[in-house]
Every structure is written in structure tokens, then in C-alpha cells.
Design a protein around this ligand. Structure first.
Ligand SMILES: [Ca+2]
Ligand SMILES: [Ca+2]
Length: 243
């Protein structure tokens, strides 16, 4: 396979990986039926209004594309959080240090936590992955550390997309495993989740008031498109049609 052929194959594989599971969210001011309280919406904080989250995985990583209703490059303080329950232990619902001291009630235990930022007002994204080992929270990895178990991609910021990749190995996941998760958007310090993916109504009405998650979403790890490349691109296309 020469380089040109490889590139074509990679594009095809990326196209395969792009067949993500889509989790839509309500959008807009709660006074107009949306899911961000007017307290925030009237201040123009649309970069905290989640519109959808796309989840997919390849052979080694699971990806969360968090879409919000604004150009993320235009603001400098948005934080995007993922709470995960992989089922590997009972999880924990404490907020400090489990959830970056954010004022949130997950309504359940989470086993893994991602705190991510998109706050340099122009480019760049980063995040931390933390895990509950059954007794304490530990930092698994961060984009400012090894960066092997978590990565952040700012290429979609102008379109309001914060992409976070987490290694399947660090989460103890393999093909066929199902995770449950929620995503929320927040600010700094002990702020609550202004908008939770798990809720179609507003999750809080003030910076000072705790947000509560709704029912978690679920995603099942799929065989990587790369494993189907051996079948050839025709096989891949056929596999996709059968879904
Ligand atoms: Ca929303
Ligand atoms: Ca929501």
C-alpha cells in the first residue's frame, strides 16, 4: 500500500468512525421552551448551551464531540464536563475532588470524570481525566501531563465543538462494553452545571444553586472501523448499511 492509497483508506476509516451516536439536547432560553435558564441566557452565555453530543470510538479511544450554540473561540471561560459510569466499581457522587468542586449532584455514582476547558479565547483545548478507584479520586492523565489517555481537539471550536478523546484502556473498556454518561457545561470555581445533556429543562437558575443531572445516556463500544479495513472498503460500506 503506497502513501496515497493509505491516505484514501484513512479518509474512509475516518468516515466510518464518524458514524457516531448522536445525543440531541434542547436549546435556547427556558422562557422560550429551551433548557438554559434566563438568568444565564439573558447574559448571552450561549457557549454553555449544549445542542448535542456525538460519541464514537476507534480501536483505542472513545471520542465525545460536545456541540454548543456558539463560537467557542469567542469566549474564554467555558468548561465542559463529562461524568462517566463504566460500571467497574460503585462510583462516587462527591464533588471535591471528584467533580472539580463543581456544584453538581450526579444523582448516582460516577467512576470517571473529565474536566475540560476551551478558554484561551482563540484556540487550544485541554482536559483532565480523573478516576474513582473505589476509595479515592486520582488523576489518570491530563493534556498537560503525559496526554496519552486524554486528548482535546480545538479544530471545531468555531463551529462550537469541543472534542475530547479518552483511551479505552484507561477506562477499562473493550468492544461490547456499555458506559453511562452525562455532559454539562459550566464556568469556574464551584459553579453548577448550567446545561446538562441529561436534561431537556434547565438544570439550575443561578450560579449559586446546585444543578442535578437527569437520567444518564448510554453508549456501547463498537468494533473499530480499522478492524473492518481488512475486509476492504466494500466490506466496510456493506457493514455500515447493515446497521
Ligand atoms: Ca441545551
Ligand atoms: Ca440540556
Amino acid at each position: 500500500m503506497n502513501k496515497g492509497t493509505l491516505s484514501v483508506a484513512l479518509v474512509a476509516l475516518l468516515a466510518g468512525a464518524a458514524s457516531a451516536d448522536v445525543y440531541s439536547d434542547n436549546t435556547g432560553n427556558h422562557l422560550a421552551g429551551g433548557d438554559v435558564h434566563d438568568f444565564f441566557y439573558s447574559q448571552g452565555f450561549t457557549h454553555l448551551d449544549i445542542t448535542m453530543v456525538e460519541v464514537t470510538n476507534d480501536a483505542n479511544f472513545i471520542y465525545f464531540d460536545i456541540h454548543v450554540d456558539a463560537d467557542i473561540d469567542a469566549t474564554n471561560w467555558g468548561k465542559y464536563i463529562i461524568g462517566l459510569d463504566t460500571g467497574r466499581n460503585a462510583g462516587d457522587n462527591s464533588t471535591d475532588p471528584g467533580s472539580w468542586n463543581r456544584n453538581v449532584d450526579w444523582g448516582r455514582g460516577i467512576t470517571d470524570f473529565v474536566g475540560s476547558w476551551a478558554d484561551d479565547g482563540g484556540s487550544g483545548a485541554g482536559g483532565e481525566l480523573r478516576s474513582w478507584d473505589g476509595a479515592a479520586w486520582n488523576l489518570t492523565d491530563a493534556t498537560y501531563a503525559a496526554g496519552t489517555d486524554i486528548n482535546a481537539d480545538d479544530s471545531g471550536h468555531a463551529s462550537g465543538i469541543q472534542r475530547i478523546g479518552l483511551s479505552l484502556a484507561s477506562l477499562g473498556l473493550s468492544v461490547g462494553d456499555t458506559i453511562e454518561f452525562d455532559v454539562f457545561a459550566t464556568g469556574g470555581g464551584a459553579d453548577p452545571g448550567v446545561d446538562h445533556l441529561s436534561r431537556s429543562d434547565f438544570a439550575t437558575d443561578d450560579w449559586a444553586n446546585q444543578s442535578t443531572a437527569g437520567d444518564f445516556l448510554s453508549y456501547t463500544i463498537i468494533p473499530a472501523p480499522g478492524s473492518m479495513a481488512l475486509l476492504g472498503l466494500g466490506g466496510l460500506a456493506a457493514a455500515r448499511r447493515r446497521r
